[in-house]
Design a protein around this ligand. Structure first.
Ligand code: TMP
Length: 216
């Protein structure tokens, strides 16, 4: 049975979610709250290979169905190998992308049927995040930021503005439908303001609440 807390971080390209996730991990560390930081694709041993094939092997034409099934294979392994054991130990799991990325990217971006994707997400794992933080910002601003990192574009970053806008539409729709699970943060602000907004919205729902109040 699950004892920990499962928090996922989502957003379009260049939303700064990874930076904010690590800032939150620092807070948990400071308050001695056991946690792990992980990501998709990429959290299991198998994932290092999968991530390369899905995102970086650009000379290889990956069929959209293959891409979808590889993301799901990555998730099935990641949940069983990394996430569930950590939750069973009572840890907070901070996960950079999860099933909402599949809905947004493969649904919005690639055009797969959302109902089908929900079934397939369920086949990969039944584990639902307790909380999902969505970092929302204008798509063009995020893409410019991502490009500014100078790492070169991966398979998704090469897609059109239209693709990324469709990704954002699904994120926003999902957040509207699942208000109990989602926290939406304005990621168009600078790093510090984004951080404060995230922390302010999260703090009421995190186990560090009492400790922070005691100290403050
Ligand atoms: P990131 O780690 O830099 O966020 O890159 C991961 C990329 O993979 C990002 O473009 C979103 C994409 N992705 C999907 O398309 N579907 C998925 O299910 C997941 C987990 C990620």
């Amino acid at each position: 049975m699950k004892k920990g807390l499962f928090i996922t971080f989502e957003g379009t390209e260049g939303s700064g979610k990874t930076t904010q996730l690590h800032l939150l991990a620092e807070v948990l560390k400071k308050y001695g709250i056991p946690h792990i930081v992980t990501r998709e694709p990429g959290g299991s041993r198998l994932a290092t290979q999968l991530r390369r094939w899905i995102l970086n092997q650009l000379d290889y034409k990956l069929m959209p169905r293959t891409e979808l099934l590889l993301f799901l294979a990555d998730r099935a392994q990641h949940v069983g190998e990394v996430i569930e054991p950590a939750l069973q130990q009572g840890k907070v799991v901070l996960c950079d992308r999860y099933s909402d990325s599949t809905l947004a990217y493969q649904g919005g971006g690639r055009g797969f049927d959302l109902k089908l994707l929900k079934v397939l997400n369920g086949a990969a794992s039944n584990l639902r995040p307790d909380l999902t933080v969505l970092f929302d910002l204008p798509v063009a601003v995020g893409l410019k930021r991502a490009l500014g990192r100078g790492k070169g574009k991966d398979r998704m970053e090469r897609e059109s503005l239209k693709f990324h806008r469709a990704v954002q539409r699904i994120y926003r729709e999902t957040a509207r439908k699942e208000k109990d699970r989602f926290i939406v943060v304005n990621a168009g602000q600078n790093r510090e303001l984004t951080y404060h907004e995230m922390l302010g919205k999260l703090i009421e729902r995190l186990p560090l609440r009492k400790k922070v109040k005691k100290r403050g």
